[in-house]
Design a protein around this ligand. Structure first.
Ligand SMILES: [Fe+2]
Length: 318
């Protein structure tokens, strides 16, 4: 491996990228994320992300500012969350969302109400869901708490062409609470969003804006119903799609280690937060940053529609 250092501000590095599962996921070594990278290295990182969809970096002791800079290689960095949650950002870093197992437990009284415990993509209630998510493990348990991702492109490819064509003409509603909120409103989990509801309709099959790959674009965390069909038909279509996109054959499962950093293409993957920690007395603290997303495009010109709420843009630099 070669590493050529140009200046302290702009480092050029040759990445070492090792796949860690059959469809998606790679570990990247040979880089120090405390450095600022030149454009060539940034492009190599983006190319690796589009190819493997989930990247992991180990033993990277970086701070919030360095995480934000690293995130910016993939696009404009948004604030932590469209619903605010400013109490969950570190002082002076509104872009960083602190994911602390203790906070989630106390916020809702029970972790079971967190959408993170379901398979999901990040914030697909938005008309422009984040394109890329970065998560930095600061305090992680020695065992347990793995995160799993699945490949939405492989899920699409596994469908027969007749079913692909049928799905390519459909839209699905996405909102906080997902299917639990599909035909009614006003109950417990809606309280979080009632003042600022964010609801969007996305094409069920999305075309990736960079790779052109077709992706099944529904998720149990946010997708509430398929439009244009009956409630029972919607249920059956979503049951089928949720089974396809969570097929273990197309997943990668990664164990967090101290100072590890995960990056995923939030358009091309779905992920599940750990579900094996609730009975353990462990603390898990991670820091999340996200990249501004584009408005999804489907096949044949279908485009996402905002039903309620504003697009979520990165703040303009002053
Ligand atoms: Fe997530």
């Amino acid at each position: 491996m070669t590493a050529v250092i140009n200046t302290r501000e702009s480092v050029s590095t040759t990445l070492s990228v090792e796949p860690i599962a059959g469809y998606i996921g790679a570990e990247v070594s040979g880089v120090n994320l405390a450095d600022a990278f030149d454009e060539r290295t940034q492009q190599a990182l983006r190319d690796a992300l589009y190819e493997y969809k989930v990247l992991f970096f180990r033993d990277q002791k970086i701070d919030h500012a360095q995480q934000i800079r690293f995130t910016s290689y993939f696009g404009p960095v948004t604030d932590a969350h469209p619903l605010g949650y400013t109490d969950k950002s570190p002082a002076d870093y509104p872009e960083v969302l602190e994911v602390d197992s203790r906070t989630y437990a106390s916020r809702s009284g029970s972790r079971k109400y967190s959408y993170a415990n379901f398979w999901h993509q990040d914030v697909t209630a938005l008309v422009n869901p984040p394109a890329v998510t970065v998560l930095r493990g600061e305090l992680v348990p020695e065992v347990g708490g793995d995160t799993t991702w699945a490949d939405l492109g492989a899920a699409y490819d596994n469908l027969p062409s007749s079913l692909q064509r049928f799905l390519e003409g459909l839209y699905a509603e996405n909102r906080f609470g997902g299917r639990e909120k599909r035909w009614e409103s006003g109950s417990e989990s809606e309280a979080v969003t009632s003042e600022t509801p964010i609801i969007s309709e996305h094409p069920v099959i999305r075309v990736h804006p960079v790779t052109g790959q077709r992706l099944i674009y529904v998720n149990p965390g946010f997708t509430s119903r398929i439009l244009g069909v009956s409630p029972s038909q919607s249920d059956r279509i979503l049951d089928l799609l949720f089974a396809e996109i969570t097929n273990p054959a197309i997943t990668v499962r990664v164990r967090w280690t101290p100072d590890s950093i995960g990056v995923w293409d939030n358009r091309a993957t779905i992920h599940q937060a750990p579900t094996d920690l609730d009975h353990l007395d462990v603390v898990r603290v991670l820091h999340r940053t996200t990249v501004e997303g584009d408005v999804p495009q489907g096949v044949n010109g279908l485009q996402s529609r905002s039903i309620s709420g504003e697009p979520f843009f990165a703040r303009k630099s002053a």
